[in-house]
Design a protein around this ligand. Structure first.
Ligand SMILES: Nc1ncnc2c1ncn2[C@@H]1O[C@H](COP(=O)(O)OP(=O)(O)OP(=O)(O)O)[C@@H](O)[C@H]1O
Length: 326
């Protein structure tokens, strides 16, 4: 059975800028797949190649087995895209915009009307159906972008930073809507700078940097690669840090009566540490394990020298949030 998305050695250059540099990725049917990467990593370019907005410079890309260039129509009709930018015809009532969009995918006018209503209901703005795009609030505009992606009843929904700049309530609403769609079998490709979003929603995430794949793994697998911090409070503060003999332990520090130990998968390491301390005559009276975050692992994997910083930072502002945002 063909994959939802398959790319091999995908290349895209804009003059001197190598936006995609040999990117090979596979997304299974029905998967909720996240694409993470710093600004300028090539995420939007990747999406634009899939939907035929940008012509690849080399390599292969197919959607449900259809080459995105040679079988453009077959590939494109399977995809619903909610892009970052509001590229919407602003002067028509939004229901009409949806009907027009469905027509572009070869859907009859009658069926298009039914689908437009359904999409507007799904995203919760059916009562705004006669309003023009310009007159919607910012949050409703985001909802509409999702409705427009849904009107062709796509098998693959591509969402490019769908929750950038929206409030917490709408973000949660959008999460629920797209999770339901995924539960019903729609494959989802999501780019995001919100780490919590990737962690909550995605089965698998690809981390990209400079047009290349850094890694592909589930959020849990990625977090297991980082180091947890285990704090063991001892009844009597020892004069110096006790000897710990465990090959997974990365670092041991003594902070007053508390031993601070860094190790991957702290929950698995902790029982052995307690046993070793007990044998050495120390009594552990409290234990606290703080798990590494996906954000820390992400930062570690995409760490660059400042001199290597790529451009694209000008677009960072809209998507930054004071909370976990990458
Ligand atoms: N039309 C274009 N012409 C020239 N360079 C471009 C064009 N589009 C993108 N680039 C460059 O290609 C690189 C990848 O950009 P892209 O927008 O794909 O990254 P991104 O990962 O989506 O970034 P962001 O997270 O900021 O949206 C960047 O260096 C960008 O400046």
């Amino acid at each position: 059975m063909s994959l939802a998305i398959s790319t091999t050695d995908l290349e895209k250059s804009y003059g001197d800028v190598q936006a995609l540099d040999g990117l090979s990725l596979s997304v299974e049917r029905g998967e909720f797949f996240g694409l993470l990467g710093p600004n300028g990593a090539g995420k939007t370019t990747f999406i634009n190649v899939l939907v035929g907005l940008v012509r690849k410079s080399g390599g292969e890309a197919s959607v449900f087995g259809h080459d995105v260039k040679d079988e453009y129509r077959e590939a494109r009709d399977r995809i619903g895209l909610a892009p970052q930018e509001f590229n919407v015809d602003r002067f028509f009532p939004i229901r009409e915009v949806l009907i027009h969009k469905a027509g572009y995918h070869g859907i009859s006018t009658e069926e298009a009307g039914r689908r437009a209503d359904e999409a507007l209901r799904t995203v919760g703005i059916y009562d705004k159906r006669e309003t023009r795009f310009d007159w919607l609030s910012g949050g409703m505009k985001r909802r509409f972008m999702l409705a427009r992606a849904l009107v062709s009843d796509p098998d693959l929904l591509i969402l490019d930073e769908p929750t950038a700049g929206v409030d917490v309530e709408l973000r949660r609403d959008l999460w629920e809507i797209i999770t339901d769609l995924n539960d019903d079998g729609t494959t989802i490709l999501l780019t995001t700078h919100y780490i919590e979003e990737a962690e909550r929603l995605c089965d698998e995430v690809a981390i990209m940097d400079s047009g290349q794949k850094v890694t592909v793994a589930s959020p849990d697998e990625l977090m297991a690669r980082g180091n947890d911090t285990i704090r063991l409070q001892l009844r009597e503060p020892p004069a110096k840090a006790p000897n710990i003999d465990n090959e997974r332990v990365v670092n041991v520090d003594l902070d007053g009566d508390t031993l601070v130990i860094t190790a991957p998968q702290g929950g698995e390491v902790a029982p052995d540490l307690i046993r070793q301390l007990d044998r050495q005559g120390h009594t552990v009276v409290d234990i606290d394990i703080s798990r590494t975050s996906l954000e820390e692992v992400f930062v570690e994997l995409t760490r660059r020298d400042e001199a290597d910083e790529t451009d694209g930072t000008d677009r960072a502002d809209e998507t930054e949030s004071p909370e976990a945002s990458i």
